[in-house]
Design a protein around this ligand. Sequence first.
Ligand SMILES: N[C@@H](CCC(=O)N[C@@H](CS)C(=O)NCC(=O)O)C(=O)O
Length: 366
Amino acid sequence: MRVVRPRPALLLALALLGTPLPAWAEPAKTDSVKTDSVKTDATKTGTGKAEGTLAQVKARGHLVCGVSPGVAGFSVPDGQGHWTGLDVDFCRALAAAIFDSPEAVRFIPQSSAARFTALQSGEIDVLARNTTWTLSRDTAAMNFPAITFYDGQGFLVRKALNIGAVKQLDRATICLQQGTTTELNLADWFRTRGLTYQVVTFANSEQTLGAYESGRCDAYSTDQSSLYGERLKTAHPDEHVILSEAISKEPFAPGVRQGDDQWRDIVAWTHYAMLDAEEAGIRQDNVEQMRREAPSPDARRILGLEGGYGERLGLTADWVARIVRHVGNYGDSFARNLGDGTPLKIPRGLNALWNQGGLQYGPPIR
Ligand SMILES: N[C@@H](CCC(=O)N[C@@H](CS)C(=O)NCC(=O)O)C(=O)O
């Protein structure tokens, strides 16, 4: 089995210093069972202050958000350094709730391998980076307050290969990104079925896609939501297809440091507020009208006309109105970044609201 595994300089430096690598950063041994276990001693020593993130953010005057360097629909910078995407919107929503400004946020791109260290070290306040919530990441390194996107691992293949099912990739060479859940799921899936494969891993998606396109691999595997954008980046998107099968659960959640309950609540309820606003019919294009016209008791609580729920989070009464005014509800953000009106055209699927056949369910604001 050929395994090519370029190592980022940081990991190399840590290795040279004899520092134990966090397990998510360790090279996967594709010829033996590997779990995504995380060594707590290596990850609980971060210098980031666990307490008082909200106070730190307020004192600084802006939020610092770790995002993916470039995953279409989730976090993409334009030529002027302006970021857009579902993960970006989530951070803008936090900034809107805290500062009444979606611009009061600085985005710091994070590689797959370095993202958790950035959170632990205090470099970022929140990690919103197509990051899968797993038990080992949760217990060792961070907390995952809410699932902002339900995904699964998929495969991009050339149409010419005539492959309709993942099992037809037996003995194939597969390109993927190191430091991800992707390589662990792949090992499980193939092993369980007695199938074999070769894996070639890279430090970022640009290299991974480049290798796939140059014919070095038969398939490119990562989260299905990322593959929508990766396919469009190829020279001839029509020559590639994303297999419909997903081989894993990839619940994306923002990450925060352990030990700061207030910040964890703010991050969780920012997502729930966007869901509850959607469920109550409060959208970016009608939020002012909803605030003027006496809406339902539920909408009055959400919009801060009654109750003072925002203050309980350390925010203001109108925190949800701020979020929806500046960023929109969850459906607004999904439509703008991923939906039918975008080149990606990702179906709402599991990310529809619970009362529309999906899994997105905001607990009540009351
Ligand atoms: N959801 C998976 C994969 C996340 C991930 O890192 N995906 C890659 C592949 S699309 C990525 O974001 N790459 C962007 C880059 O490094 O430029 C995880 O949390 O491990």
